[in-house]
Structures are given as C-alpha cells and as structure tokens.
Design a protein around this ligand. Sequence first.
Ligand code: C2E
Ligand code: CA
Ligand code: CA
Length: 552
Amino acid sequence: MFSKARKRKVFWLVLLTVVIFMLYFSTTMIGRKYHNSFIEIYGLKFLPTTINGSLQALIFILCIVLVFIDSFWGTGIALAFSILSISSVMRTVVKDLNLLNIPGVFNGVFNVLAIAFIGWQVRVRNKRRVTDSVTGLKNRVGFTEMLGDYEIQKRKCYLLYIHLDGFSDVNTRLGRNYGDEILRMVAGRIEETIQGKGHAFSIGGAEYAVLLNEEVEFGQMADDLVKKISEKLVLKGENDVQVDVYVTPKIGVASNIDENITSEELMNNADVTMSFANKSDTTSVVVYNDDVKAKVKRKSKLASLVKEALENGYFYHVYQPQYKLDGRKLRGFESLLRMKLPSGEIVSPAEFIPVAENSSLILEIDSYVLRSSMKQFRDICRKSEDLTLSVNVSAKAFERPDFPKKLLALIEELDFPKKCLEIEITEYSLADSIYQTIENIQKLRAEGIQIALDDFGKGYTSLAQVLRLPITLLKVDKSLIDNVESSDANKDFVKTVIYLGHVMECEVIAEGVEKEGQLEYLKEYNCDLVQGFVWSHPLPYEEAISLAEKSI
Ligand code: C2E
Ligand code: CA
Ligand code: CA
C-alpha cells in the first residue's frame, strides 16, 4: 500500500490539480456569463478579458508547477491530468462539432503537449541526475535521497558498503574500459544477489551501497555477496582474447534498527566499518558494533591528540641503526617518531600516523620530523659524510610539486650535508601521481639526496612502475623476511627482490630482521644492508649519537 509520505505527496498534488480545474471552470464561467453582458451592457470590454487572461496564465503556470513537482515525486498525477485535459478537449469537439471551437482545441492540445514535453524532459534529467552512467545503478545522489526518505519515514534498514579490493590495481593494469566493464559486471552480480530484497547503488569509485529491508537476514546476504562478487570475472579483450580477473569485496554493515540515528550517521557508520574490513586480512565482512565504535572513538581522540602533540611538543624521535650486512659496519639511522602523552603513555606511530594521514596533519608532522631530525643529526653528519639519516615522508607530502623546493630550502637553512639525507617513500606515493613522484625523485637525486622505497613487497606495486623509479635503496618489507627461513616460496621471492634491486642499480636493505638464521639467507642472497631487532632496536637520540661517534 501507499506509505504515509507518498499519501501526503499525492494529497498535495490532487489539491493542486483541483485548484487548477476550479480556475479553469472559473474562466469558462467568466467567459460565458459576462462575455455578452459586460461587453454589450457596460462596454467594459477589458475587465472580463483581463481577468480571464490572467486566470489562464495562472493555470498555465500552475500546470507547469504540477508537472515539475510530479516529475520529482513520481506520482503520475500530472500524466493523469494531461490525459484528462486532452479527453475533455476532445469531448468538446466531438459533442459540439463546432468548428469555431477548433482554435481553442488546438490551444488546449498544444498546452497539454508542451506541458507533457517539459515533464518528460524534467523526468529524463532527473533520472540522469540520480543514475550512475557506468553501472546504470542509482548514484550517490540517488542514494542519499533515498536514505533521506528512509529517515523521514523512520524506516529501519541495514546498510552495506562494499569496496572492491584490488580494483584500482586492475584498473591501472588493464585500462579504464576494462575497469568500467568490471564495475558493470559487479553491479549486475549485486542486483542478482539481493533479488529485490533491497536497493543497490553505485556510490563512486569502486564502491557500492546496498540498502536492505529490516526483515532480511543481512549476515547471510553479506556472505552471499562476497561469494558472488569474488567469482571469476571473464572479460573479452582485443581479438576476443579472454582476460580473467578477480576482485575481493570488503563489506561494512551498519543499521539503524537498534539506535535512532540520522541517515548521515548511518552512512558514516557503514563507511568506517568498511574501512576496518578493508584493513583486515582475515575477514571480508565487518559489522558495526561496540568494538568498532570504540576504535572510531580512539581514532577521533588520536586526531585531536596529534594536534595537541604538535602544539605542546609531545613528539620525540628514536633512531634505528642500519648496518652493512658484510662486516656489520654502521651505515646510518632511520628516524622513527614517538608520541608521549602527559599521562606517560607512549603512542606508536603505527597508530597515530594513519590517523594523521587522513587529514592535512600529516603534512605538519612530516615537516616537523624533517626539521627536528636534521637538526639533531646535522653536527654528526658534518663530521662523517658517510653516515645516512633516513626520514619517512608521507605520500601526501612527497607528491606535492613544491616538495623538492621546500626541502632544499630547509637543507640550506639548517646547513645539512645533502648526501647524508635519505627520504623514505612508500608505494602509496606512486598510486595517485606517479609522474609527479618521479619528477620529485629526479629533482632530489640531482641534488645528491638519496631516495628509499619503503615496505617493498607488502603491497601490490606493479613491477613495471618500480623499475622506472630512480631510487637508491629498496627496503624489503618485514613480512617477507619473517618467513624467509620456513617457506621456500618466500626464499625465492626475497632472492628475486634482492636481485631486482641490484638490476635497478640500487642497494637493498632487509627490514625487521629478528633472527640470526634470517641473516644467513640474506647473506647468501647478497643483500647489502640490514635493519632489525637482531642487531639493534630503535635507540634514544643520545645513544644513537654515541653509537655514531664510535663508528667514525
Ligand atoms: P617503517 O617505516 O616500516 O618503520 C619500521 C618499523 O618497524 C618501526 O616501527 C620499527 O620500530 C619496526 N621495526 C624495526 N625492526 C624491527 C624488528 O626487527 N621487528 C619488529 N617487530 N619491528 C621492527 P615504528 O617505529 O612503530 O613505526 C611504524 C611505522 O610508522 C613506520 O614503519 C612508518 O611507516 C611510520 N612512521 C614512523 N615514524 C614516522 C615518521 O617520522 N614520519 C612518518 N611519515 N611515518 C613514520
Ligand atoms: Ca620507513
Ligand atoms: Ca618499512
């Protein structure tokens, strides 16, 4: 049956229609009653004609208003009204068979046609406004509108946010046409799985939303979606060559069933829950619950703590030594940030850096870290230009066109020996702006500054991209080193990565080395450098400087 909101809309449109009809009859009455009497008796020709004309103009305007409102609300009243008008006009012709009526009939028909055309155009535009051009599903605008309606109607529902993990990699590798085809195929699979038990939307990039009715078993539905979307996607390439692709859906589920929340809060809950699913290596579906809530709270607390830390000096550095594998000679240090709260709690950068990376706070952290680490190491580096100070710089800062200029100005200001500085970037710097990143690397390399690619092997950086990078150091991620003793596949992988680094004419460092046994393999594979607990934990500043002094 009709919902309350729909009934309300229909009521207003019917009222408007009745007003239009009453006005229409008034004009007819004025025409009939006063036409002769006014003109003939009083000679006031203009009065009824003016009133009549004004009323007709008002009718026309109200008709257009009716059609516009109806196009947005989609009740079909305007269409019914148009048909009624045409039939009334036709009835006049058929009944009276009066040729003098013909101009009026034409006028009526034209009016109805014009209104119908405007209505049709508005409807087409409105549909385009809320439709995703690639998948044909409703887009983010349509999604927020429907969720807004749900809020007004106080409807209970489950909201699933779906992210396609691995999509951007496939999109970059195969090109946009294939990417669009994948998005279309996944949209089809989602619709097939929900089978009218809810609504599917394409909300931008490789993300979809599904609104499920309250009575649907959402857990089963989420599992079915994961299963269906994860199945092989077969694409047709050039010359009918078949390309097989897999994407992994990550789903965050939230609902307004147990809490009274706004549609905006519901969207936020689904969004953060999806981001937790994205980060999880073990599960594809995460449901918003107290645990997620607590993590979200901690995250927002961390964001304000980072701000406080910058203002009040809660940050300090530790420095982890890096050694030559052959002969264990000190090569230099990686600067690692720590945050110490007034309560004495020390917060790991693994926790606060990702939070800072979601805002421009990371830019402030990066410039703080560069300035203070260089200040602390300036004197010792001037004494021994063989030492290297490695500083982590976020993708957000490194990909800025003005990064090299600003860094060079800082180096000059602090009078830091350029060849002692190494900037560590991660593959995320390559994701959005590879050309700018390469340009910046080249500019810094031309000045003698070293560039390391951090966490290599952890993500999915395309090899073709890495080979193009004019870097000086490849850092093999800890996750690869962890299994180097136990897994043959890992051994081969580490060996190949070290070989690749040498092909690129850069040095290779193994990170997170914890065991002597791991060192043996690394030696066998000609790894150049080592950083890890096996030889040293990160050290406080004073200890790092005295270690450096001893090595000179
Ligand atoms: P990362 O750059 O990969 O840094 C190496 C991390 O591994 C450090 O953790 C280090 O303490 C840890 N590590 C080193 N050797 C071993 C080992 O043998 N075993 C184990 N289990 N861990 C080892 P930390 O200091 O907690 O830093 C975590 C991440 O936070 C860093 O990873 C880096 O991505 C980020 N980070 C740290 N300091 C900064 C900074 O100043 N700026 C920016 N932008 N990011 C930073
Ligand atoms: Ca690093
Ligand atoms: Ca690393």
